[in-house]
Design a protein around this ligand. Structure first.
Ligand code: PBG
Length: 325
């Protein structure tokens, strides 16, 4: 009989020892839950490609956010769908726009809930690009001035943290400067530093009604083929004053999460995006995979890769499982 020299299975023998040697643990504190808010009253319009998620009017957003907070979610990120769109995304810079009113309502109703805003223009422009156009491309520097206006009204309305996602060069520096000049030195910036031009954003663009009306985002979002470039993006954002570095999407880019974590030792976030969520939901709905098991495994893999924070549409369901233990 051949005997192994060492037996790895000794530490897998029963749940107790497996619990003792487990290297990565998930906590509800790791999760940030995204919400989509629309104009109107009493609106709760399910997003078919994102089961369990809806476009909510502010009254229902407040209810859902309170429930999430009571269920152990401490932080949410908001995406706004304005009543009217224009070439520069004016609603996002208006203190009475959809996001600013949402922030004030949430701060009043659930003051302990930590509110993060997505800082971008694509949901607010009629052409669906992430900044004003010059010809058929986004004008980088003109966008920066608009993002500065956007973060100030968001901060004044109660945002606890801002998360620029437009992949404009210099956006973190511009936003830091604007916040500091207006007395918001204490508001952190979570930068979507390495955001890839990804097919996995499909369901989100339906949910946020933000698909580009022509062309694509390849002149500002990153080529999925590039890893070193992601590190240069992260380095610039760290230099410009980012407090948290985000990689997005998450599962197809676990290598990037790991490299960013190792190179910068910064608090690192990963966005498990709409398409990642939708794939798991769809396969589970067909009974091809076990929903809860795959959900938890996917989140664990993202954390194991190096993410401290995970933006995920599974936040509520995963927190419920963790809190039940
Ligand atoms: C841009 C933004 C996008 C997502 C978050 N912020 C979409 C895009 O670049 O088109 C995608 C998130 C997801 O797919 O879940 N404001």
């Amino acid at each position: 009989m051949i005997k192994p020299f060492y037996r790895m299975r000794r530490l897998r023998k029963n749940p107790q020892i497996r619990n003792m040697v487990r290297e990565t643990l998930l906590s509800p504190n790791d999760f940030i839950l995204p919400f989509f808010v629309v104009e109107g009253d009493g609106i709760d319009k399910p997003i078919s490609s994102m089961p369990g998620h809806s476009q909510l009017s502010i009254d229902n957003l407040v209810k859902a956010a309170r429930e999430a907070y009571e269920a152990g979610i401490q932080s949410i990120i908001l995406f706004g769908i304005p009543g009217s769109k224009d070439a520069i995304g004016s609603d996002s810079m208006d203190k009475d726009g959809i996001i600013c009113r949402s922030l004030r309502a949430l701060k009043e109703a659930v003051p302990e809930l930590y509110l993060i805003t997505d800082v971008c223009l694509c949901e607010y422009t009629d052409h669906g690009h992430c900044g004003p156009l010059q010809g058929h491309d986004v004008d980088n520097d003109a966008t920066l001035a608009l993002l500065q206006k956007q973060v100030i009204v968001q901060a004044e309305s109660g945002a606890d943290m801002v998360a620029p996602s437009g992949m404009m060069d210099g956006m973190v520096g511009a936003i830091r400067e604007a916040l500091d000049e207006s007395g918001f030195e204490d508001i952190p910036i979570m930068s979507y530093a390495a955001k890839f031009a990804s097919g996995f954003y499909g369901p989100f663009r339906d949910a946020a009604e933000s698909a580009p009306q022509f062309g694509d985002r390849n002149t500002y979002q990153m080529d999925p083929a590039n890893g070193n470039e992601a590190l240069r993006e992260a380095a610039l954002d760290v230099e410009e004053g980012a407090d948290i570095i985000m990689v997005k999407p998450a599962m197809p880019y676990l290598d990037i999460i790991r490299r960013v974590k190792e190179d910068f030792a910064m608090p690192t976030a990963a966005y498990q995006v709409s398409g990642e969520f939708a794939m798991i939901k769809a396969a589970a709905a067909n009974d091809w995979i076990d929903h809860d098991r795959v959900m938890m495994e996917s989140l664990l893999s993202i954390k194991r890769a190096g993410a401290d924070l995970i933006l995920t549409y599974f936040a509520r369901e995963a927190a419920a499982i963790l809190n039940a233990k």
